[in-house]
Design a protein around this ligand. Structure first.
Ligand code: CMC
Length: 422
């Protein structure tokens, strides 16, 4: 076993730690015995250098801009397979055969209905409620309707739970949307595929025909695939943190939805379009780029930068290509697109962005496509939730099988008063 030796230059004492190798990617120093051996903790706010678990689900090479689910390149999955293929791959660790996919697809369709009583929850929200607030509450409330799954232990039960959550999340998303507009709720249509059914539940009106074009299904299905998994990001780490206490999957995923909401994470897609609309015209781009570079201004260019990708975000590359291919068919807003392309052009050649390796991320392009699909801004992060739900569930299951799993309980560097007397 390779080891690393750390020398404490205060007293010259040396401590040895094992180096663990992954199948691919950086080695990790096993510091589990650090406190016991040295009486010290590590200090790593934001976990920039910390591997919190071992995982065999997703691999990212941020320097090269590579992303693989279960070993398969994201670009192959996004262009040659559907979102449901990808879900099966993540959950079952293999791509489905035609028969396996058909059975999986049918199961998801049949499980897409939610308990009638759950609708009452939506009526309790005011019109102004953000769909993400309704969504996280509704997923948490699912636990009250499926209490038999609160204490699951077997793989078979995990898989039923996984299919249930995966199938119901789009229905809950559509209910959140329809409640926010005060329009009648629509039942899932099991004659339709996963992605088509979601668009149907969003758009349909009783007794009227619903137009959903193949190009729209293709674009949204690709967006779901690109969002499906992304290893230990903030929301997934939240799901794992909650799961590590023994909490049931509905609690963990509801917490993940809330973590995703922030604009540094999944909330960025909503902020990108809001920012493009605020900038409005190409001639204003330089002014906002200047603001983004100003250290005394907290304005950030939304849809730029990533903790892991220090090269183009591979998901963004695929979306940009999709945008180029489908912009006319989809009817992408040409003014917003023009502003976005100008921002991209300026930022990619600007010293500030080059030095900090700030490239457009997935959220920079997804909003333009979602707007063309007539999905309102307030629903953008919900789209991320639908795509990512399978990743959260897969990570929850992996954690439950992990023999090295412990309750997530970091320590701290205390900076308060030592002791005070009353
Ligand atoms: N605009 C302007 N400056 C930026 C930006 C930006 N979007 N992002 C980072 N920087 C600067 C930052 O000010 C800092 O500069 P300096 O070194 O001079 O202090 C430097 O780049 C490093 O930034 P950081 O905040 O330390 O980097 P991080 O890894 O902690 O944060 C991030 C990553 C994604 C939160 C950040 O880049 C950001 O806020 N981007 C905008 C929000 C966004 O688009 N989020 C979506 C991420 S992709 C979807 C997902 O997976 O969640």
């Amino acid at each position: 076993m390779a080891t690393i030796t750390i020398t404490d230059n205060r007293d010259g004492k040396q401590y040895e730690f094992d180096i663990l190798s992954p199948t691919v990617g950086p080695d990790v120093i096993d510091i589990r015995s650090l406190y016991q051996k040295t009486g010290m903790f590590t200090y790593d706010p934001g976990f920039t250098s910390t591997a919190s678990c071992s995982s065999s689900i997703t691999y990212i090479d941020g320097e090269k801009g590579e992303l693989r689910y279960r070993g398969y390149d994201i670009s192959d999955l996004a262009t040659k397979r559907t979102y449901l293929d990808t879900c099966y791959l993540l959950l079952m660790d293999k791509l489905p055969s035609k028969t396996e996919l058909a059975a999986f697809d049918m199961e998801i369709r049949k499980r897409s209905f939610v308990h009638e009583g759950l609708k009452n929850l939506f009526y309790a929200f005011p019109d102004s409620a953000h769909p993400m607030a309704m969504m996280s509450s509704a997923v948490s409330a699912l636990s009250a309707f499926h209490y038999e799954h609160l204490d699951i232990k077997e793989e078979e039960e995990f898989q039923i739970m996984a299919r249930r959550i995966l199938a119901k999340i789009p229905t809950l998303a559509a209910l959140s949307y329809r409640r926010s507009l005060g329009i009648p709720f629509i039942y899932p249509d099991i004659e339709r595929s996963f992605t088509e059914n979601f668009l149907y539940m969003m758009r349909a009106y009783p007794s009227a025909e619903t137009l959903i074009r193949d190009v729209e299904i293709k674009a949204l299905d690709t967006i779901f695939t690109l969002h499906a998994e992304h290893e230990q990001n903030a929301s997934t780490s939240t799901v794992r943190g909650v799961a590590s206490t023994g909490a049931h999957p509905y609690a963990a995923i509801s917490a993940g939805i809330n973590a995703l909401w922030g604009r540094a994470h999944g909330g960025a897609n909503e902020s990108v379009i809001a920012q493009l609309e605020m900038i409005g015209t190409v001639d204003k781009v330089d002014e906002f780029i200047k603001k983004a570079k100003d250290p005394d201004d907290d304005f950030r260019l939304m849809g730029f930068g990533h903790r892991v990708y220090k090269n183009f975000d591979p998901r963004a590359k695929i979306l940009k290509q999709l945008l180029d291919e489908l912009k006319e068919d989809l009817g992408v807003d040409s003014e917003l697109l023009e502003v976005a392309m100008r921002i991209e052009e300026v930022a990619l050649t600007d010293e500030y962005f080059i030095k900090r390796k700030l490239y457009p991320n997935i959220d920079f392009y997804s909003g333009l496509i979602l707007t063309a699909l007539k999905i309102p801004k307030s629903l953008f992060t919900i789209i991320f939730v639908i795509g990512r739900s399978v990743g959260w569930i897969t990570q929850w299951i992996e954690l439950r099988h992990d023999k090295e799993m412990k309750i997530a309980r970091p320590r701290q560097r205390y900076t308060g008063p030592v002791s005070k007397k009353i």
